[in-house]
Ligand binder design. Structure first.
Ligand SMILES: [Zn+2]
Length: 128
């Protein structure tokens, strides 16, 4: 198997510039996950009380972590469901781009040190 040549500093900088451009184009975003649910209203005379009834809905809830890591849901008005779905996807894209940006930046930093004949040491235990 041929060895993949390591990217050069210049190549990494080009990749980082592209990431920067993509990050600059990020639109509205929302934290959380969107979920669709159907519910019973609780009235014993309602159709939803019958076995196998599709229940009321769909309701769209945006879940996010509240205090104590408990997920809290917020209802999304019907006409904003599609927008919210896009915004949640945009948030994921933003995170992914930032993660890549950090990785590339670290590699660039390492290569710059290496070019000066330097580098990070072997792992050192943190003093408590
Ligand atoms: Zn009902």
């Amino acid at each position: 198997m041929p060895n993949q040549p390591l990217p050069t500093l210049h190549e990494l900088e080009i990749v980082r510039e592209r990431l920067k451009e993509q990050i600059a184009q990020i639109g509205d975003l929302r934290l959380g996950t969107l979920s669709e649910s159907y519910r019973k209203c609780g009235k014993p005379t309602c159709h939803c009380a019958r076995e196998g009834d599709p229940k009321h809905g769909p309701f769209y809830l945006l879940y996010r972590r509240g205090k104590g890591q408990k997920a809290i849901g917020h209802a999304i008005p019907g006409k904003y469901v599609e927008k919210t779905r896009e915004q949640v996807a945009e948030c994921h894209r933003f995170r992914e781009l930032c993660r890549e940006y950090m990785e590339i930046s670290e590699q660039i930093g390492d290569l710059k040190m290496k070019a000066q004949g330097e580098g990070l040491s072997e792992p050192v235990k943190k003093n408590s």
